[in-house]
Write a protein that binds this ligand. Structure first.
Ligand code: ADP
Length: 637
């Protein structure tokens, strides 16, 4: 018999297949099982339309591994292939019988069955691990069986053979181990079980395999050697796959314990998730999603090693373990999976051809997560607090990143500590407590709530009873700057140059008068400090404290600290405005010195400035001079 050649282009394609299309060799098994499942689907479809004498429960896929002959066989009792089909389906690479079947069968079949194959290349993945492949097949309605055999690019043979029942058996002769590559693993029953669990757990027909096990023999006492129990080997058949994916079952049928166990098992966590989201969407793109909010931060969450993403299934077959495109960065902590029949996969089923579909799914998932978080926020504040402790930072980064592209998605989900409520509050809650005269949402940024609570800059606002948000994470002020406003109420820093509080005519006049009468003194202080400050002025916001720093329009002093702590070479500097409290006794002392001892103004100015720096948590520029100046003052007393 003459060996048949693969079609010329097929030859090159086969070479490509074997060497480069797939990144993981192990997926050959997924491909063969998917083919078997497709063949059974076709048979099942036939049994719906004609009397085949087969019921759905009769279908199975069987895997047999034999180390001695180095063969791994995958058998199914699906439709099988005729001689012509073996030729055309396996002799021409990139020809998919399944795709034809789908096209020919029309709408009805498409709804009832759910065939996986469509590219006509999956089968050839076998050559990545095999030196020889035999396909023994008997088609439904035929008596004669046929065998197709190939050792790779050289071509294939087809010959008559015997087979008792309808169906197909693919028998791989697994390659020998080489120095760099191991293939023996594909003959290990336990490894095969792992691969089935990983890639084909939700194939809807049982995937069976025999396992050799040991058990104690219940032998009479006298027969036992040396009183030791005897063991015997026996074979047990196991079904390797779960068949029905959890997410395909009705929500009412699934218990919380099942959801949780699935999560711990699939996503390797040792604690139950904080919340489970299970949703099915029907539409232009239909999908099921099972999502989890972890109760704890993954241990590597803040490292470069952490990979965000959801598992992506296409009709129950795992396509990608961590599909990053399904999750925006702000929700990178989410775990879970998406299963859709509507994805157009590319040849290797590894990446997707059109990310338009993924984008559509991703944007719906994003909204769903937001809605669930909002519900938790409104109905179970304590739980939301736990969530926020773990992942709030991610949400705030989400607002800041990409110039605020996700700000609408996230602005209702963030919380800050409230000066009045003494706990975390949302922006919308802040707004609901705002008085009619208050025009801005005020915030103070700093190291800790304790320190912020004592900040001199907040005195006037507190006096008025205005609520202040205390921002203690580095990203906070940057995020609010990106937000700019919330429901048309702009944000304002308590350390900004202008607090935006309207003064009465009388207050205005009084301020102007004080500024005018102290103009020379203030210029003298400014002159003494030189470039360190851009302005020296009398403060409207201080009540009991003598001095503070305010910043100009651009960077705030807190932002300066955050940016300068980053490992960039260029250091930034916020504009500094020194504010002095005209009603403080120290100001009177300053006036006195100005009148009597002009020389001392420099010392006083520097001392005031250094104190303002210390209050801000900034280092004084010359600590020795600062100490000497203080001692000098102490000695004169
Ligand atoms: P695909 O599954 O993407 O169509 P394959 O290269 O894996 O591509 O298979 C080519 C064709 O061979 C399939 O479409 C199907 O018609 C046929 N085939 C493969 N395996 C089997 C099988 N176990 N039983 C029946 N037909 C099969």
């Amino acid at each position: 018999m003459k060996r048949k050649q693969f079609k010329a282009e097929s030859k090159r394609l086969l070479d490509l297949m074997i060497n480069s299309i797939y990144t993981h060799r192990e997926i050959f098994l997924r491909e063969l099982i998917s083919n078997a499942s497709d063949a059974i689907d076709k048979m099942y479809y036939k049994s719906l339309t004609e009397n085949t004498g087969i019921s759905r429960d009769d279908f199975f896929i069987r895997i047999t591994a034999d180390k001695e002959t180095r063969t791994l066989a995958i058998a199914d009792n699906g439709v099988g292939m005729t001689k012509e089909e073996l030729e055309s389906n396996l002799g021409t690479i990139a020809r998919s019988g399944s795709l034809n079947f789908k096209q020919e069968s029309g709408e009805k079949a498409r709804d009832e069955i759910d065939i996986i194959g469509q590219f006509g290349v999956g089968f050839y993945a076998s050559f990545m691990v095999s030196c020889n492949v035999r396909v023994v097949s008997r088609a439904y309605g035929e008596e004669q069986a046929w065998e197709w055999e190939s050792a790779g690019t050289e071509g294939y043979d087809i010959r008559e053979t015997d087979k008792d029942s309808v169906g197909t058996e693919v028998i791989l002769t697994i390659k020998e181990n080489t120095e760099d590559e191991t293939y023996n693993e594909f003959l290990e029953a336990y490894r095969i079980r792992g691969l089935v669990k990983r890639y084909s757990d939700y194939i809807r027909y049982p995937i069976k395999m025999n396992f050799e096990k040991q058990r104690k023999v219940d032998a009479p006492e006298e027969k036992k050697k040396d009183g030791e129990p005897e063991y015997e080997k026996y074979i047990e058949e196991e079904t390797l796959n779960s068949m029905v994916p959890l997410w395909k079952r009705g929500k009412n049928e699934i218990t919380a314990a099942e959801y949780n166990e699935f999560y711990r098992d699939k996503f390797s966590d040792y604690v139950d998730p904080l919340r489970t989201i299970h949703t099915s969407v029907e539409g232009v793109i239909s999908y099921d999603a099972l999502l989890y909010i972890p109760a704890k931060q993954p241990y590597d969450y803040h490292t470069k090693e952490y990979e965000k993403g959801l598992q992506l299934y296409s009709s129950g077959v795992l396509i990608m373990d961590k599909c990053p495109d399904l999750l925006p960065d702000c929700f990178s902590f989410m775990k879970g999976l998406v299963d859709s029949q509507d994805l157009s996969l590319n040849i290797s089923r590894e990446m997707l051809q059109h990310d338009r579909q993924l984008k559509a799914i991703s944007s719906r998932i994003e909204k769903k997560i937001r809605a669930e978080l909002l519900e938790m926020l409104n109905k179970d504040r304590e739980k939301y607090g736990e969530f926020f402790k773990n992942f709030g930072l991610q949400l705030k980064f989400g607002i800041y990143n990409d110039f605020g592209i996700k700000k609408e998605l996230l602005e209702d989900l963030i919380m800050f500590y409230s000066s009045n409520e003494k706990k975390l509050t949302t922006l919308s809650e802040y707004l609901s407590r705002m008085s009619a005269e208050q025009k801005y949402i005020y915030y103070a940024a700093g190291e800790s709530v304790d320190k912020l609570d004592k900040q001199p800059q907040t005195e006037l606002l507190k006096d008025k009873g205005y609520e202040i948000l205390y921002l203690t994470d580095d990203v906070d002020e940057f995020a609010l700057r990106v937000l700019d406003q919330y429901k048309e109420k702009p944000f304002k820093s308590v350390s900004g140059n202008d607090l935006g509080i309207e003064e009465s005519e009388e207050e205005k006049k009084e301020a102007e008068r004080a500024a005018k009468s102290n103009k020379k003194l203030l210029s003298a202080v400014k002159e003494a400090l030189g470039d360190k400050v851009s302005q020296v002025k009398l403060s409207q916001r201080l009540k009991s404290h003598p001095v503070c720093l305010a910043s100009g329009e651009g960077l705030s002093i807190e932002m300066e600290k955050v940016l300068n702590a980053m490992p960039t070479e260029e250091k930034v500097k916020a504009e500094r405005i020194l504010e002095i409290n005209a009603n403080h006794p120290v100001f009177a002392a300053l006036q006195e010195v100005y009148a009597s001892d002009r020389e001392k103004i420099k010392t006083y100015a520097e001392l005031l400035y250094d104190q303002a720096l210390l209050i801000e948590g900034l280092p004084v520029e010359d600590p020795v001079a600062f100490s000497n100046a203080i001692c000098g003052l102490m000695e004169t007393k």
